[in-house]
Design a protein. Structure first.
Length: 177
């Protein structure tokens, strides 16, 4: 993008937050060294330490767009994906096609979802996303209430209670034998 669309690249800043699993204050950058290797260090800001939940929500709210780089591992579960979706920001997501995140991204109708193992033009798609973002052409669709309700506290608590009841019922039946 630096070569093909420099006017957009010069405006772009990509923040990577919480990139380390190390204890607080001991995380080391992993993305910034790659950015330096490719001459992108002016575009990348990395904060390797994890941040608190409310800081995450404030950061999501302040972002112009969000990027979710899932793993190429099909077993990877994006445990923090729902707050990203509920932030109602333009979202770019890249996952393995077997990831459970694909179903959730599909339910929320996230158009800019790409697959590590199936996309031939992933770099072109990312560049298009970034240019569209720079030109203010990316809009978010209003969230469907029925989609959100599947994942709200009431619905998830009900599922958890159903699981507990199932375990208790099986335990009672086992004791009666």
């Amino acid at each position: 993008m630096l070569k093909t669309a420099p006017k957009y690249a010069n405006k772009l800043r990509v923040y990577f937050i919480g990139t380390s699993y190390a204890p607080a204050g001991t995380g080391t950058p992993t993305i910034l060294p790659l950015a330096q290797e490719y001459g992108l260090q002016d575009m990348v800001i990395e904060h390797p330490n994890r941040i608190g939940y409310y800081d995450v929500l404030a950061t999501l709210d302040n972002a112009n767009a969000l990027f979710v780089p899932g793993s190429d591992d099909p077993a990877y579960i994006a445990s923090k994906l729902l707050p990203f979706l509920l932030a109602c920001k333009p979202l770019l997501a890249i996952f393995n096609s077997q990831s459970s995140a694909i179903k959730l991204l599909s339910e929320f109708e996230i158009e800019n979802t790409y697959l590590y193992d199936k996309e031939d033009f992933i770099v072109d798609n990312i560049q298009k996303f970034l240019i569209d973002l720079s030109e203010d052409r990316l809009l978010t669709s209003p969230l469907k209430i029925s989609t959100i309700e599947q994942y709200d506290a009431k619905a998830l608590t009900a599922k958890q209670c159903d699981l507990f009841n199932l375990v208790v019922d099986k335990s009672r039946k086992h004791k009666l034998k």
